[in-house]
Design a protein around this ligand. Structure first.
Ligand code: ATP
Ligand code: MG
Length: 390
């Protein structure tokens, strides 16, 4: 099949260094193919870049699917032309004409790359000739540095093409490059965003949700499944573990001091999440904690919670403002679901006066008096696995 349009995908320098390049490129290639599943396209790897061949009509849809794929720095829709200087000139004219229909352009330049050294004209000469054609047609001034419009010409071994756009990619590292982590996913605004940021740095996610029926209803659970589905789009498939938390939460509430209740729940969550993480080969726990956002999320309290696990606990939103988190949630399409009014923690379980600066020794002491170890084991063992996406 021969296609008229090419999407050029450039990936970051970050992983070009080192011996991992082949691994990263393979992952990125798989993620790219997955993002384009079901579309009539061909994906090709070429010297530190990828090419997607498609029809011109499909190109906007292809771009929409590829823009969110982590690992690409920029994307350019390009037009394939014959390996001939006149063909390059007329394609350049047509492409510039389209840009001029859409926006004002004060100046332009042509940047040429010739990796096929058998092409008879050197790069500067190609640039001059294509530039001259465009100049003569539109009388548009040439500006070599800081031009409004850059026409890229590339004479490659496999094909020759031109492009006039560089769309910013999602950046980051290919999902999977940094291994797997366990996200504590509640129904709130923060945790899906935290998961998204870890995906951006190459982590693939598993997730765990602590469900306390009948205090938290089925709709709260459905909401979490929906959020998991949403974050799954970046990685293909994800296992969400739904842990029944009711008995444990009731016991901790009834037998522990009320002001430490939330910390005791969170410690129990850490223990269960750590066990699931180890079983699922996850190397860290991820939460949506944000410093000082609610009274319980003080450094002292975070310390008391973290003490319950040996695992690495990462909180990518710790230093974000609420506004920044909401903006991101809107961008990744989780906000609307997150604000649905089905609470993840029943008011019954939140004490009136939670400790804001809990002392670790006191927390440990209170916990030691509660017999809950078997409930942790049971909750872990009975976790329900829901396969999202895939
Ligand atoms: P979120 O919007 O993510 O719920 P929040 O600001 O409401 O965050 P908390 O409810 O205090 O904060 O929870 C802090 C973090 O603890 C959450 O971001 C999440 O990672 C984890 N967490 C809390 N409740 C649950 C739950 N029921 N299941 C899984 N994780 C939870
Ligand atoms: Mg919450």
């Amino acid at each position: 099949m021969s296609w008229d349009t090419l999407i050029v995908l450039r990936h970051g320098e970050t992983f070009i260094k080192g011996g991992n390049r082949g691994f990263f490129e393979r992952l990125l290639l798989n993620n790219t193919k997955r993002a384009l599943a079901g579309m009539d396209v061909e994906v090709e790897r070429d010297q530190g870049r990828f090419f997607v061949h498609c029809s011109e009509a499909a190109s906007p849809a292809v771009l929409r699917r590829l823009q969110p794929v982590f690992g690409f720095t920029s994307l350019s829709p390009a037009r394939i032309v014959d390996r001939d200087i006149d063909a390059m000139g007329s394609a350049g004219i047509e492409m510039v004409e389209r840009v001029l229909e859409e926006r004002d352009v004060e100046s332009f330049c042509v940047k040429t790359q010739r990796s096929d050294k058998t092409f008879p004209l050197p790069s500067p000469e190609v640039g001059r000739r294509v530039g001259a054609s465009i100049f003569m047609r539109f009388n548009l001034p040439v500006k070599l540095k800081g031009a409004d419009l850059v026409v890229g010409v590339e004479i490659g071994r496999k094909q020759t093409f031109l492009f006039v756009e560089r769309i910013a990619g999602a950046g980051g590292l290919p999902v999977g490059a940094s291994g797997k982590v366990m996200l504590l996913l509640s129904g709130g605004i923060d945790s899906p965003v935290a998961g998204h940021l870890m995906q951006k740095r190459g982590c693939s996610l598993s997730a765990v949700y602590f469900h306390a029926p009948p205090h938290t209803g089925e709709r709260a659970r459905d909401k979490v499944v929906q959020l998991a589905e949403r974050v799954t789009t970046r990685q293909g498939a994800l296992d969400l573990f739904v842990v029944r938390f009711t008995e444990l939460q009731e016991r901790l509430r009834n037998q522990g001091p009320p002001d430490l209740a939330v910390i005791l729940y969170r410690r129990a969550m850490m223990r269960i999440a750590s066990r699931l993480a180890a079983r699922e080969h996850c190397t860290a726990l991820i939460t949506g904690d944000n410093l000082g956002q609610v009274a319980s999320q003080t450094l002292e309290n975070l310390r008391c919670v973290e003490d319950a696990t040996d695992m690495l606990v990462l909180r990518p939103l710790l230093a974000f403002d609420k506004r920044e988190i909401i903006d991101l949630a809107e961008r990744i399409g989780t906000y609307e679901t997150s604000i649905l009014p089905f609470e993840d923690t029943c008011s019954l379980f939140v004490p009136k006066h939670p400790a804001t600066r809990a002392k670790l020794a006191k927390v440990q002491d209170a916990e030691n008096r509660i017999d809950f170890a078997s409930l942790v084991e049971e909750a872990t063992a009975s976790a329900e696995r829901i396969r999202c996406g895939g």
